[in-house]
Design a protein around this ligand. Structure first.
Ligand code: GLC
Length: 377
């Protein structure tokens, strides 16, 4: 049995961390891997991991992940970076005592931590990449620096989509789509008439997720759906964006229900007619697209990025260019006006979602980690 230690800098329940939770559970179920999770702060993910009986440690340092995010000045970045290195050293001790054969870093900050920790524990480092390492997301210089670090420190990388892989350095790479835990019971598509329909957007409220584009698109509809819901919280200083969205909804006269963060969005997904994904930057993968499809929603998702690898437009859902209000309005009109077409797409989407079973992803990850552990040791 091989031991893999996973590293994350945040224990907030955002997409990458939830993907890691599902992966660890399924990786362990392969019977080939023993897994340990290390966070460098306390947060909801610690209890959620432990609830699944996954060994979870919290190794704290002087490092405040929120003080160092995209947009921080050079000095802030540098101070944060040094604190990360120090913390990485302590993480290295924990990695060693966990008996790791390989360390997997789950974010860019975890990559810095992992570079130090893996060196201290003398095990290979693998980077599981959830973000596109591109100038539009990180800025030009940080994106270059991150790629350079990965090339230096990692033996290989796991990308959450081809879209993400194209932004990564030239290292051994496998594509491991974040899998979903497929529902045990199938839910039938919802076919309410336009004026009774329920439309949801599920995901963190963040400017790049484009919820404002969605509100503009809804405002332009000839027949408004009965319920419009934004399901998702703010974790990384995004509260002002929520306030902006509330103001915008009021100005546009669109009644929107804000649920805040929910641990399990399935009650919304299994009752909505339509799930909208509307990121304005290319989405690295877009787990919610698959989750919506698996729950029987008709899905509209934004291109370019991961969703285009999930959906054939007009077959499993509809793709629209991210940030294009007119195109999103038109796609919503199409699905709202024709419940039969909506149901057809939803049914095909539900079948397509089965290709993203977490157990298949876990096998891909296990096979790749096997090559990392044996290569050159
Ligand atoms: C990040 C990405 C998202 C992806 C998730 C899991 O949250 O932004 O697109 O689905 O990680 O890999």
């Amino acid at each position: 049995m091989t031991t893999a230690v996973f590293l994350a800098h945040t224990a907030a329940p955002s997409g990458a961390e939830l993907a890691t939770l599902r992966l660890l559970d399924a990786l362990r179920a392969t019977g080939r891997y023993r897994v340990t999770m290390i966070y460098t702060e306390d947060g909801p993910m610690v209890a959620r991991m432990r609830a699944r009986d996954i060994e979870t440690l919290v190794v704290r340092g002087q490092f405040d992940s929120r003080a160092m995010r995209i947009g921080t000045g050079v000095l802030g970045l540098l101070t944060g970076f040094l604190a990360l290195l120090r913390l990485g050293w302590n993480v290295g001790a924990a990695v060693k005592s966990a008996g790791a054969d390989v360390v997997v870093a789950e974010s860019t900050k975890a990559l810095v931590l992992g570079a130090v920790a893996a060196r201290r524990a003398r095990v290979p480092l693998v980077w599981q990449v959830h973000d596109r390492v591109s100038p539009d997301y990180f800025g030009r210089i940080p994106a270059m620096a991150i790629r350079a670090l990965a090339r230096l420190a990692c033996r290989g990388q796991l990308a959450n989509s081809h879209a993400t892989a194209t932004t990564l350095p030239d290292l051994p790479t496998a594509i491991a789509y974040p899998g979903v835990e497929l529902p045990v019971t199938q839910t039938d598509p919802r076919t309410r008439p336009a004026a009774e329909a329920v439309v949801v957007v599920v995901g963190r409220l963040s400017p790049w997720k484009g919820q404002d584009v969605f509100l503009h698109a809804v405002a332009a509809l000839t027949v408004r759906p009965a319920r419009v819901m934004l399901v998702g919280g703010t974790f990384f200083g995004e509260e002002p964006y929520r306030a902006q969205l509330e103001k915008l909804a009021a100005e546009l006269g669109v009644p929107v229900e804000f649920t805040g963060h929910v641990d399990d969005p399935s009650e919304y997904l299994t009752t909505a007619d339509i799930l909208v994904h509307c990121s304005v930057l290319p989405e690295p993968f877009g787990q919610v697209v698959v989750e919506g499809m698996a729950a029987g929603c008709a899905v509209i998702a934004a291109t370019p990025g991961g969703p285009a690898e999930i959906i054939d437009t007009g077959v499993h859902g509809l793709l629209v260019p991210g940030g294009d209000v007119g195109a999103l309005t038109a796609a919503l009109e199409t699905l709202l006006d024709d419940p039969a077409a909506r149901a057809r797409l939803a049914r095909a989407g539900r079948d397509r979602a089965r290709d993203f079973d977490i157990h298949a992803s876990a096998r891909t990850v296990a096979d790749f980690l096997d090559t990392m552990v044996t290569r050159g040791d």
